[in-house]
Design a protein around this ligand. Structure first.
Ligand code: WT7
Length: 650
């Protein structure tokens, strides 16, 4: 892991953009005084602050008495309360919003559906009843492996209605990745589709499911939605057609009133070891903060048409495509496919046609659009937009400025939101009516969020200096454990400084106290906004019969933020070749998914190691970046190895 002192920032950004006056005047939080007041309130009496928020944001079937039970590092929030998240997203809105569109869906081929809150509620209840008929009950785990279609949201909500725990697997993941996750989470039922549309082609979800099935014996039923094919099911008693399952089901399914701490979902995310972690979130604390942060950070109004472009396979899709917007009763856009299909202006076309008011997307997408030039944007009327958001990785100031000027027409505030799968919700972000923004800074922690930059000893680092980002006090939407591995929860997140949550990110503050994120300090890389453990890619490579050893590191990349470079040594009798490079890349794609394919593979005679045999990744990072290493090489086992690697540098 990097030393905090090594984290040096190259940014010197001095531009400041105060919130536009007209925006502030109508905003939920209207100035830094409001922000500061909330912050002070929360810091002074967190129980009261969070307790009030929880009573405001959620419908409670039974009230809670205890706001927080904190036995570090284990938190229980709103302890005695009972609620149901699907009820909060649907039923409580129906008296007023029955006919309001909840979801505006557009498939990649151009098919469109508008689904009202009333219709969505019907679909969720029928599927919940269908799942019940398969024996699904409170606490059972249900896998979801679907394209970005409304049924993905319906599936999540149906699980929440029954108190079943959903575990969504990104549709771009391979059958191996699906299989590992379904086994780990112990899913009884899997909701999937025959396929999905991406870049004009079919993503073969069903084929992947069929390949995974023999290795997941606990999976009893597979419910298949028809999206791309003719509706024919694979042979066998496990398969049930989605349509047949919901047909004739009642559209009333009493919600299961669950305890606040009842598990809501498990979402797998990469860590610094080879095995993804099942991040577990529970019901009330997560739901409360999803609702609150969506309204405050995106300054939601009733008439907003809100578009978060993330896939439901990631946490951003969970919190800011499905739960946050629906809790707030706004209209949320779901788009199935690739950003540039069939042309470079698909996103802008969607914004114009639906008159989207809020766009929340990732820096990697913004940089890709920037490369395509302003022309595709200029063809469309984007005047409906009033707010822009960014998430997933640090956004470089040029991309931030382009986003603001070209997409936002210079009038929309930009909120750069820092958070993680583990935090459940946005943690550090501007509040658009209050916070003067600086391009590239996530600005300040939200009220009640104690995000602090500390050194290894837990001392606050002086302004301007780099350190490690911790969250020093519990917050309602924090992860509760690593599913099936409570030890790993403690060792990954709470052992750097006992009792304090370690984010894995480096950060610094500037003289004005603004927070600047500086990337991961562990062996996790952020490729195109997706988090990957380098160890995971390494184990995939080493699983290939010709590979002896592999080390994977990140290299800065203009488009993806970080690109993956793999250093590979081959087993005796195998010769390096371009064909083999391709074979290995395809192999990694098959083991994990296309996003994990190395951008560059370099064959080496040996890898640089310490005398104790540990691969020296920091050296490889320098080699990959084409930098002369300033790093200490005194512990390097064989200096020739390093010289040879450099020579291979084209
Ligand atoms: C990691 C979490 C949270 C949804 C998307 C990714 C990086 C995320 C930002 C940002 C700088 C960011 C961090 C973090 N990250 N947002 N606005 N500025 N870095 O979720 O897969 O759990 O990844 O993404 O490194 O630790 P995730």
């Amino acid at each position: 892991m990097a030393d905090p002192q090594e984290i040096v920032s190259v940014l010197t950004e001095s531009r400041v953009f105060p919130p536009p006056k007209e925006f502030s005047e109508r905003a939920h939080i209207r100035g830094m005084e409001d922000y500061q007041r909330l912050w002070d309130e929360a810091a002074k009496d967190p129980d009261r602050y969070w307790g009030d928020r929880a009573r405001e944001e959620l419908y409670w079937k039974e009230p809670f008495q205890t706001v927080l039970d904190w036995k570090p590092p284990h938190a229980r929030w709103f302890v005695e309360g009972k609620t149901n998240l699907a009820y909060n997203c649907l039923d409580r809105h129906l008296p007023k919003l029955k006919d309001k569109p909840a979801i505006l869906f557009e498939g990649e081929p151009g098919d469109r559906r508008s689904i009202t809150y009333g219709e969505l509620s019907g679909q969720v209840n029928r599927l919940a009843n269908g799942l019940k008929s398969l024996g699904v009950k409170k606490g059972d785990r249900v896998g979801i492996y679907l394209p970005m279609v409304p049924e993905a949201a319906v599936a999540m909500l149906a699980c929440a209605r029954l108190g079943a725990v959903h575990s969504v697997v990104f549709g771009g993941f391979s059958s191996e990745a699906l299989q590992d996750r379904m086994k780990d989470v112990g899913a009884r039922v899997l909701l999937t589709a025959d396929g999905g549309w991406r870049k004009g082609a079919v993503v073969p979800l069903m084929k992947n499911v069929e390949a995974a099935l023999p290795n997941v014996p606990g999976l009893e039923k597979v419910v298949v939605l028809t999206r791309t094919g003719d509706g024919k099911l694979p042979e066998g008693p496990k398969f049930v057609a989605w349509d047949a399952l919901v047909k004739g089901q009642s559209d009333v399914c009493e919600p299961e009133w669950v305890e606040s701490e009842h598990p809501l979902f498990v979402l797998y995310t990469s860590g610094s070891t080879g095995k993804p972690k099942g991040v577990l979130h529970t019901t009330a604390g997560y739901a409360m903060n999803a609702s609150l942060t969506t309204r405050w950070v995106f300054d939601l109004r009733d008439d907003d048409v809100y578009w978060c472009t993330a896939d439901v396979g990631w946490v951003t899709g969970h919190t800011y495509v499905v739960y946050g917007p629906l809790m707030n009763g706004v209209t949320t856009i779901i788009y199935e496919g690739a950003p540039t299909q069939p042309g470079p202006d698909r996103f802008w076309d969607i914004i114009e046609r639906y008159k989207a008011t809020i766009l929340y997307t990732a820096p990697t997408a913004i940089r890709a659009f920037m490369r395509l030039g302003d022309e595709p944007v200029k063809k469309h009327d984007l005047s409906s937009l009033r707010l822009l958001g960014s998430v997933g990785e640090p956004i470089n100031p040029e991309a931030w400025m382009w986003y603001r000027d070209v997409i936002g027409g210079g009038r929309c505030p930009v909120v750069d939101t820092w958070w993680q799968t583990e935090t459940g919700c946005i943690m550090v972000s501007p509040l658009p009516g209050a916070t003067p923004t600086k391009p590239g800074s996530a600005t300040f922690p939200l009220p009640g969020i104690h995000a602090e930059i500390l050194d290894r000893d837990g001392k606050r680092v002086p302004k301007g200096q780099g350190g490690l980002l911790f969250v020093t006090k519990p917050w309602p939407s924090m992860l509760r454990t690593v599913y099936g591995d409570p030890e790993r929860y403690v060792s990954t997140y709470f052992s750097e400084l006992p009792g304090m949550y370690f984010t894995g990110d480096g950060a610094r503050t500037d003289p004005d106290g603004y927070v600047w994120l500086m990337g991961r300090v562990d062996d996790v890389v952020n490729v195109a906004g997706h988090r990957l453990g380098t160890a995971e890619v390494e184990s995939a490579l080493v699983a290939h019969p010709k590979v002896a050893e592999a080390a994977v590191v990140g290299r800065p990349d203009d488009l993806k933020g970080t690109a993956l470079v793999a250093f590979v040594t081959l087993k005796q009798g195998n010769a390096p070749s371009d064909a083999l490079k391709k074979e290995l890349a395809v192999h990694v794609g098959k083991e994990i998914g296309a996003i994990a394919r190395p951008d560059e593979i370099r064959f080496a005679e040996g890898l640089p190691k310490t005398r104790s045999g540990k691969i020296m990744r920091r050296l490889l990072r320098d080699v990959a970046a084409g930098k002369q290493s300033s790093q200490d090489t005194t512990t390097l086992e064989d200096l020739n190895v390093l010289a040879a690697l450099r020579q291979n540098d084209e």
